[in-house]
Design a protein around this ligand. Structure first.
Ligand SMILES: [Zn+2]
Length: 68
């Protein structure tokens, strides 16, 4: 079976309020910086998710409390 290059994937982020791990699907074909709000599946508080790509296409995921 051939492995195809993925252009999208599920990323994991930790809730900044209760610490639980959440997953969110992102489209990596967009490229550049993505910055959006996701609600935690457990405590329902909004977290700000920031996704950045470097020149080697490494993906960095950062979660921040929304009220900071
Ligand atoms: Zn939470």
């Amino acid at each position: 079976m051939l492995k195809t290059q993925t252009t999208d994937e599920d990323i994991v982020w930790a809730c900044q309020y209760c610490g639980v791990l959440n997953t969110v699907w992102i489209d990596l074909t967009i490229g550049g910086k993505q910055d959006f709000i996701e609600d935690c599946r457990i405590c329902c508080r909004p977290n700000r998710i920031i996704i950045t790509n470097d020149e080697d296409n490494k993906v960095f995921i950062e979660a921040r409390p929304c009220d900071e």
